[in-house]
Design a protein around this ligand. Structure first.
Ligand code: MSP
Length: 510
């Protein structure tokens, strides 16, 4: 059985979801739906990252305890994902006992294997990024090189993971598996980063500074560094490890049918280093298999700046949904951003992308169904319907190729081109003239059957990105459900009764 385990990052529970978070989640959902369509058994994980200093400070600012804020935000993320029709199987919160148990299990294992040691750390810390920087990196101004905020000087006992021991093995892994990090630009970036000697990784924070986290199983005065805690979520949700394994048996309980290793970790390029360096080296040290692939996408930009809560320039995906519908938002996100590159959000571009959906796909559906109603009393003619055969075949193979290569935007563009071609076919065939011609009945049957068939294929192609609308359209074509891609290849709809209904993608005035 083909099994796929897909993950999004777990989002910081410090604020509400914005369009950037929605992009990652919709991208993952579209791939999950595509894999299901090809017959795979899929596990799709998302969730919230709830520990760490940033969380503690965000809660204090709102006069809340960290868990109160985490409860509120986990609910907000989960509700947003339901509104955006995200088909996740598991919503993991890092404050869950099961996850805390698994983090302890992993740490015990690393400790028992001598992969962790303690030392005194003195250096600079950025709370926003939850990471240490060197004197050289923060410069004379003592600003975080990433977010430009002032950093704090800290001197404290820390536990370190022997990450440097795994540098060569990691480079070898990346070189042996050219498609492990997608796109290639990110792979090169990581290989470039690995040209410098890799430092060991601080994996703890003293409770005197930060109480909100997973207590280290070998030192009750320290909590686990939030990034180590967070990355382990992928293993927790796979069911591989026993959360109750105590200090006497710091081993792993392989539950045989676990989902580990993940097929694909999806994230933004901001967190590629943690996923492509910290995470695989931790897994190597724990003797666990590495995820099979990592996809790092680009950023949504607002007027030259990354859209971010901390910048205050975020767009609410749920508000857009009120005007353009869930599928309108999903379509825009995937259609407008080349998977892997940055894209600028503007209301004008959003509107233009929606118009494409309405004017090309929506218009095709409405024309074709209206003509079947008008000329054939709503019954799809029993004709070969192979007027667009070559276009359908080449589109199906191109789209499958793009999706398998994680070029989702290309898959969307190619699918839309098929709808464009079908509109051209209507214009060329002029069914209204065929209907007037007493000897044109067979030609008209063929035109209408071909249009019904291409619409059925389009429901399969667009299902991963616009699932509600495609289910609706399949129903209007008289189908019980959207065909799989394989079924779509040879589907015939002769004899089915169509139903007109309201426009699939209603006009939105702006
Ligand atoms: N909690 C960590 C992830 C831990 S995973 C083990 C984190 N959370 S986050 O809330 O900051 O979300 C980061 C992710 O949200 C990014 O990697 C990216 O997937 C998405 N995005 C946040 N802002 C974004 C844009 N402006 N554009 C595109 N995606 C963005 O980092």
């Amino acid at each position: 059985m083909n099994r796929r385990y897909l993950t999004t990052p777990i989002y910081y529970a410090t604020g509400d979801p914005h369009l950037g978070h929605a992009y990652t989640t919709v991208l993952a959902d579209t791939l999950a739906r595509y894999y299901r369509q090809t017959g795979a058994e899929v596990r799709f994980l998302t969730g919230t990252d709830e520990h760490g200093q940033k969380m503690q400070e965000a809660a204090a600012k709102r006069d809340m305890t960290p868990i109160e804020l985490a409860d509120q935000m986990a609910e907000s993320f989960e509700a947003a994902w339901k509104d955006l029709n995200i088909s996740f199987d598991r919503f993991l919160r890092t404050s869950e006992p099961e996850h805390i148990g698994v983090v302890s299990t992993v740490l015990e294992r690393l400790w028992a294997k001598g992969q962790i040691y303690d030392d005194v750390y003195s250096g600079w810390y950025c709370v926003q990024e939850e990471r240490y920087w060197t004197e050289r990196e923060v410069g004379a101004e003592h600003l975080c090189p990433d977010c430009k905020r002032p950093v704090e000087f800290v001197e404290e006992k820390n536990y370190f993971f022997r990450m440097s021991d795994y540098q060569e093995r990691l480079i070898q892994h990346i070189e042996d598996h050219p498609g492990w990090i997608v796109p290639g630009t990110r792979r090169n970036e990581i290989l470039g980063f690995l040209k410098q000697p890799l430092q060991d990784l601080s994996i703890s924070r003293p409770k005197s500074r930060l109480a909100w986290g997973v207590t280290l199983p070998f030192d009750p005065d320290h909590v686990c560094y939030v990034w180590v805690d967070a990355l382990i979520n992928y293993v927790t949700a796979s069911g591989l490890l026993d959360p109750d394994s105590g200090p006497d048996q710091p081993g792993f309980t392989d539950q045989g049918n676990s989902w580990w290793p993940a097929s694909l970790h999806i994230m933004g390029k901001d967190i590629i280093t943690t996923h492509a360096v910290y995470w695989p080296t931790l897994l190597m040290a724990a003797d666990l298999p590495l995820p099979k692939q990592i996809l790092a996408h680009g950023w949504w930009i607002m007027e030259d700046e990354k859209m971010a809560k901390s910048v205050g320039n975020v767009v609410d995906p749920l508000a857009l949904r009120e005007d353009y519908g869930t599928d309108g938002v999903r379509w825009y996100l995937l259609r407008d951003m080349p998977t892997g590159s940055d894209a600028s959000y503007t209301p004008e571009r959003f509107h233009a992308r929606y118009d494409e959906l309405a004017n090309v796909l929506g218009n095709l559906a409405s024309r074709a169904i209206s003509m079947i109603v008008k000329y054939r009393d709503g019954i799809i003619p029993e004709a070969a319907g192979d007027g667009l055969e070559a276009d359908i075949a080449s589109t199906l193979s191109a789209v499958t190729g793009h999706m398998d290569a994680l070029r989702v935007h290309d898959a969307m563009a190619t699918s839309m081109d098929l709808a464009r071609t079908a509109n051209g076919y209507v214009d060329r065939r002029e069914p209204w003239s065929q209907a007037k011609d007493p000897s044109g009945a067979e030609d008209l049957d063929e035109t209408l059957a071909s249009l019904a068939r291409v619409l059925a294929v389009l429901t399969a192609l667009f299902l991963p990105v616009t699932p509600q609308k495609m289910t609706d359209l399949a129903g209007r074509l008289g189908l019980k459900s959207v065909p799989t891609l394989d079924q779509a290849r040879s589907i015939s709809l002769g004899g089915l009764r169509v139903e007109k209904g309201a426009p699939l993608f209603p006009r939105v005035d702006r």
